[in-house]
Design a protein around this ligand. Structure first.
Ligand code: BTN
Length: 295
């Protein structure tokens, strides 16, 4: 497999650690180097969910790149109906409104593109601190040393088979201590602080995230998924490993309630963003929508 070096030189970090950080609208805007992501910024001390607020803004016609940030969320949403642990003063919770002119079935490629940007951002901040890698678990969980450090929830509004807007919601465990994570997450989750032993200034991190997201989004729109896919595959935490993937849709080999799952060796993400698995009997199956639940 080709190894891709992430272009760290194009995403520079500033002022990496501070004990007393300012995390406000002004601290995020000052020094923001993007063209459009975060240029219209809505900052809240607390929200129900930044995805919910971003969707409302999307409905109201907010321009592409509009970003919502909250210091805490009452009801942070995770994928597949889960909640997202969102205490104040510690982490990043942000949602960005995008309006891509792409066919509806390609929307999932955007999530994979965002995962590359998020993995790049986190790896830039951790690269001098930890030997363990930053990887992606299909479709878009960001793992550090095999534990989940960040996640993405993409929600979309479409009409007449056209995308109206996409909300890319990103949660990063930044300065939370491992023992502050809820009990059910302590074995599977981590934070940048837990890996690095130093705090990260959230305003700097979010500026770097927006810059990386903008770069990869432009790249995707200009070059297509063919350009992003090898980078995603080079960052995969699962390629070559035996995995179980929960999957929605027909044709799943195993059924559990309304949901199916497939097991096999993860090969790669294909040109549509689906995960290819080689099953024990040699057949190759395509998991179109779902997530890897165990490695
Ligand atoms: C996952 O389950 O991995 C996705 C987690 C996404 C969480 C983020 S936090 C900011 C945004 N607002 C939400 O309510 N969820 C996303």
């Amino acid at each position: 497999m080709t190894a891709y070096n992430l272009p760290h030189d194009t995403v520079h970090t500033k002022n990496l650690s501070e004990d007393h950080e300012s995390f406000t609208h002004a601290s995020i805007i000052s020094g923001l180097e993007t063209d459009f992501i975060g240029r219209s910024l809505h900052f809240f001390d607390i929200l129900e969910s930044t995805n919910l607020r971003a969707s409302e803004l999307g409905d109201e016609g907010a321009p592409e790149g509009t970003a919502v940030v909250a210091d805490a969320q009452h009801s942070g949403r995770g994928r597949r109906g889960r909640s997202w642990f969102s205490p104040e003063g510690k982490n990043i919770y942000t949602s960005v409104v995008l309006r891509p002119c792409i066919p509806l079935p390609k929307a999932s490629q955007l999530t994979l593109t965002a995962a590359v940007a998020l993995a790049e951002t986190i790896s830039v901040y951790l690269k001098n601190f930890t030997d363990v890698g930053t990887n992606i678990k299909w479709p878009n969980d960001i793992l550090v040393g095999g534990r989940k450090c960040a996640g993405i929830l993409t929600e979309m509004k479409s009409s007449d088979k056209k995308i109206d807007y996409v909300v890319v919601g990103i949660g990063i465990n930044v300065n939370i201590l491992r023992h502050e994570l809820p009990g059910e997450l302590t074995d599977t989750a981590t934070s940048m602080y837990a890996e690095k032993g130093e705090k990260t200034t959230r305003s700097d991190l979010i500026q770097t995230l927006y810059l990386s997201l903008e770069k990869w989004y432009k790249n995707y729109l200009e070059e297509g998924f063919a350009h992003v896919r090898p980078v995603w595959n080079s960052l995969s935490a699962i390629n070559g490993k035996n995995v179980r993937a929960a999957a929605s849709g027909a044709g799943m080999t195993h059924k559990h309630g309304d949901e199916g799952y497939e097991e096999g060796v993860a090969l790669r993400v294909n040109e549509n963003g689906a995960l290819l698995l080689r099953k024990a009997d040699g057949r190759i199956v395509e998991v179109v929508a779902g997530e890897v639940i165990s490695i």
